[in-house]
Each structure stands twice: as C-alpha cells, then as structure tokens.
Design a protein around this ligand. Structure first.
Ligand SMILES: NC(=O)c1ccc[n+]([C@@H]2O[C@H](COP(=O)([O-])OP(=O)(O)OC[C@H]3O[C@@H](n4cnc5c(N)ncnc54)[C@H](O)[C@@H]3O)[C@@H](O)[C@H]2O)c1
Length: 253
C-alpha cells in the first residue's frame, strides 16, 4: 500500500463469515494493508483455509457464541481494532413459501448476530481508544428482487443498526459504517445470473454493464476500516455499478 492513509499496520482485524467468498477477499485485503487478521467461520476448516494468522470456529446464530467469539479473538490477538461483519445467509423463496423457521434462521445470522457481535466488541474497542466496524449489508436494503424478502429486510436492519451504533459510540471514537453490495458473481449467486436471460438482465440494467467480482469490495472496506475515513461514521457505501443512478430511457428502442 503506497499511502499511509490506507495502511493498517499495527492494527488487528476480525472478519466474521471470513471463510466465505467475499470474506476471504476482505481478509486478504486487510492483511495486504498490514493488519493482523483473524477469520471466523462455522468450521475450523473453512476459517483456516483463508490462511490468516488467527482462525475461529463459531456458530454466530447463538448470541452467547457471539460474545464468546469476541472474547476469544481479543485474547488471541490482544484486541480487535477492526471488526468486519461479513457473515450472512439467504434462503431464496417466494414470500408464500417462507416458513417461520426460514424467517428465524435468516434473522438469527444476518441481523441478530451482527447486533450482538457489535455489542460484544464495544467494551474492548472503547478501552483501547476506539476502532472501526464495517458491516456487510446489501443493495437489497434499498432495492429488492423477487425471493429475497426476509434477507432484504435483515439487510435494511443492518444498515439501520449501523447508524444507531455510530450514533451511540461516536464519543468512544468507534466508527461504524457499512457497505451495500449488489449481486457479486459467486457460485452461491449463480442461480440469480446463471441463465442467459438473467445474465442479460443484470448486464443491461447495470450501468457499468456487468456483475461485480468479489475483489471489488475490498477498496471500500479498506477505506472504511482505516484512517482514510477518520471523519466518516454511520454511512452506507452502496457498491452497485450505478444501478441506483437511474435508467436509460432509450434502452428499449
Ligand atoms: N454474494 C453476493 O452477491 C452478496 C451481495 C450483497 C451482500 N452480500 C453479503 O456478503 C456477505 C458474504 O456473502 P458471500 O457471498 O461471501 O457468502 P458466503 O456464503 O460465501 O459466505 C458467508 C460465510 O458465512 C458463514 N456462515 C454462515 N452462517 C454462519 C453461522 N451461523 N455462524 C458462522 N458462520 C456462518 C458461511 O460458512 C460462509 O463461509 C453476506 O453477509 C452476504 O449477505 C453478498
């Protein structure tokens, strides 16, 4: 990294859901900027596969496990200066097919875990003079598609919680921001874009003309994690290839 504004030398970072496609990119990006990185995932195999110095296996759908994870990470890494909450799940179904069990499972990981992970990291960050939390929300917080109703609601909650945490903890020098990515090209999202007509839908309705690659989220997270964003808190950076910028009315000519 050529400029010290983006250097994370001497800082520790914990990435939840860090064994996933996006989490792996974020963990490696934070490490390349100089941070000592810990990765949490459901299993040790998934967490260790990222190749960071610290790995943790925890199921964050249990709020008590969220507190235990933060305490384990603080113990192993000395403190947590940067928390990136990348953990998230989805069960894509039409609204009529969503069961109470689906609803609770998505809420437990995407919304409740993010809340209690942030709550658990607060005391340690405050004691060490501050920190930065970056939550991975989604474009669906403000722009929905079919079959993602519960997921979209939880992501709107993540964006909302980001503002509330930023407000309550600003005087502790803890900044809290989120990113709201549109669809990232991964195996998990392939059902959304895999068919030719869906591929065309995304390519034509996205001003930049293509889906995002997972590595294209790293820059925004590095910006929010470190000193380059020292006066930025409570914000959502929407990373969506221009979808919300508007539409081209000659597109269907
Ligand atoms: N892929 C996209 O297009 C996209 C778009 C916008 C936002 N996001 C968000 O980005 C984040 C990462 O998405 P991804 O595509 O990398 O998904 P992914 O499934 O590859 O990664 C999520 C990781 O979280 C872990 N995880 C799931 N439930 C867990 C639990 N209960 N306890 C601990 N770990 C658990 C999984 O094992 C997985 O490694 C999610 O929050 C997702 O909502 C993804």
């Amino acid at each position: 990294m050529s400029t010290s504004l983006f250097s994370l030398e001497g800082r520790t970072a914990l990435v939840t859901g860090g064994g996933g496609v996006i989490g792996t990119e974020l963990a490696r990006g934070l490490a390349a900027a100089g941070a000592t990185v810990g990765v949490q995932d459901l299993t040790m195999d998934r967490a260790e596969a990222v190749g960071m110095p610290h790995a943790f296996a925890v199921d964050v759908s249990d709020p008590a496990a969220c507190a235990a994870l933060i305490s384990e990470a603080e113990h192993a890494m000395g403190r947590v200066d940067i928390l990136v909450n990348c953990v998230g799940i989805n069960r894509r179904k039409p609204i009529d097919d969503v069961t109470p069990e689906d609803f609770d499972a998505i809420v437990a990981v995407n919304m409740r875990a993010v809340f209690f992970l942030c709550q658990a990291v607060h005391a340690g960050m405050r004691a060490h003079g501050g920190g930065s939390i970056v939550n991975v929300s989604s474009l669906s917080a403000k722009y929905s598609y079919q079959t993602i109703s519960v997921y979209a609601a939880t992501k709107a909650a993540v964006t909302s919680m980001t503002r509330s945490f930023a407000q309550e903890w600003a005087r502790d020098s803890i900044r809290v921001n989120c990113i709201e990515p549109s669809v990232v090209r991964t195996e998990f999202t392939k059902p959304l874009w895999g068919e030719p007509h869906r591929q065309r839908f995304f390519d034509e309705l996205t001003p930049l003309g293509r889906l995002m690659e997972p590595g294209e989220l790293v820059g925004a997270v590095l910006y929010l994690a470190g000193d380059a964003s020292s006066y930025v808190t409570g914000q959502a950076i929407t990373i969506e290839g221009g979808i919300l910028s508007g539409a081209n009315w000659d597109q269907f000519a």
